[in-house]
Design a protein. Sequence first.
Length: 681
Amino acid sequence: GGLLPAAPTPRSTCDYYLSATDNQGATTFSPSDYDEGVYHSYHIGSSIPNIYDLQYTDNASGDSPYNGQTITVTGIISGTNFGNYASFFLCDSGGGPWSGIQVYNPPATPDTGSLVRVTGVVFEYNGTTEFSPTISVTVLGSATVPSPTPVTTGILPASGEPYEGVLISVGRCWVTNTSNYIANGEFRVSDGSGECTIISTGNYSFALQYEPVVGDTFNFIIGCCTYYSRVGWEIAPRYESDLGLVDRRPPELLNGFAVSEHEVNVQLSEYVDTTGVSSIANYRIINLSILDTLHVESVYLLPSGKTLHFETLESLTDAHSFRLEVSTLRDTLGNILVNGSVIFTGYRPDTLIAQIYNHFDIYNGQTVTLRGIVNYVQDVTTTGGTRLISAYIQDKSGRGLSLSEFNPASTFPGIKRANLIEITGSVSSYQGTIQLAGFEGLPSAGDIVVLSEGMPLPDPIVIKTGDLRLQRSIVQTSSPDNYGAGTWCKTSGTVYRVDENIGGGTNILIDDGTGNLTVRLWDSQKPDTVFLNSRWYRLRDLVGVNCSIAGPSSTYNGDFQMLAGYAEDFTETSLDTLPSVGVELDVPNRPFAPDIGQVLKIYYNTPTTSSVRLRIFNLRGHLVTTLVDKQAGGPNLVEWDGRDELNELLPMGTYILHLEAVANGDSDVKIKPIVVGTKLK
């Protein structure tokens, strides 16, 4: 037995070997080849653990030696607010390899440069060492964030583990690949030693204004080193100043599209400076067919920062061509376009999605061009391994349509959420859902044209969770066996169940007191967490939470459901703020013939807190039958087969439908006449 000594300073390694000699002089060594420089070793930690101690490992897995333990460390916040969940990066005061860690979903997120004490559980999640859950964060004061640790672009892909969570920097480099930028907000750079990935939007960083172009160069790039299982190690810049961009490209006018008879959007190659952008004197629109100058009423920059929107007094008719002229235009880096121009054609009326809903038999198999805003995009992998894009657009008719085609979403760069697009394809039906397919998506094909980026999503149709009539009307088409999908909706209520791992996705069941509604999140799309009530929730923890969820309409086996897939579509709400419901009663205004099997569909809606009775009387006031007698209100659809309480068919004649709702001692009654007829011979 014996004790191995510790070295006098932390962050060092003690090498040692063991020897044993018996009473006959025979000696054995461990390791046996110590004399060739092979030793046992152990790491010297600090007396009080710091981040370096948590991260340092010679284990090939990269797992922390403190994995699963509750630890308290003190450090400096080097970066905050990365992505769709609360997190920040914490570092030791000296910086350097092994000195950073991600703090996930903390109870508080102090500013960058804060000196904090953090207590949490060290946890390995998808290749990343993090504090999760984080128990407490205490601000001790302020401190200077250590200088970023220099690395080469080539070292991260193969040897990034020591830099996990560390604030790092690469020197002069250039953009080598942007193929994954539209889909995932990533681009690749190289300093000559190899490529590494920069994440500028998406799950790990806020959206930078810079949009990469192959060949763009940087004097430096600074960011926190993160890990994502799909691509490996990445650098996540914290803000614009972390990009030492050397850019000499002035903005360009790419395309112009008339989006109505008096509106045109013009796309730009870069984000532009808003100073003076609304000055009408800076622009001129000329009708090239008659050589006349139009009056520009207003100009403003759309939220994307890369599309100018013009309104004109004169009509932009389809029969004419137009030229927009710009005197000066400055990008956000100060580069100036002087005397630019772009030619566009006038507005032509669109095929409306609502027309396809109402006349599906006519449009089925036809090639159409639609214009709408993309509200949802996902990648789908079939059971056979085939990749598909599944997306939805909605146009000014207020209805949405499914866009479905083979190949992953990255193959269709124009189909991006909040893009206003013009798309040409073939109308068809797949498993009971009408869709648009047959588009290629490549710029050379010209069948997907981006008219504008960053458009606001359509105003949602607000639905109550139990309002079956409204839900059915949203997806109903002229074909009884085919439904529409993609109309932007919103519902509110209390989540009462979350079913994970159901057929490749998660079902959230929500109820506002009128009945339940299923919100579907596919595994390829669902966010890890959502932010509600000043905290972050994993999906499974939403049970009992009041919230509003927005998403496109869909169906499952003909039943209405909604889809969700973006954390920002989950918002806070209180059930007390939901609109109150009066008493409604609605029946078809025509006779029905129960003797040949016809049924009468009766829709009613009452306050959720009311007791409800729905009865039928004859003209002499005698009760014929009671259809509903319950203590809970809300919307409902009842089918009556024309029989009385003895299950006998009623004779032909006029009857009285009587709905009564009682709430807080007050009674509200609605009455409708109904006619029982028979088939004429």
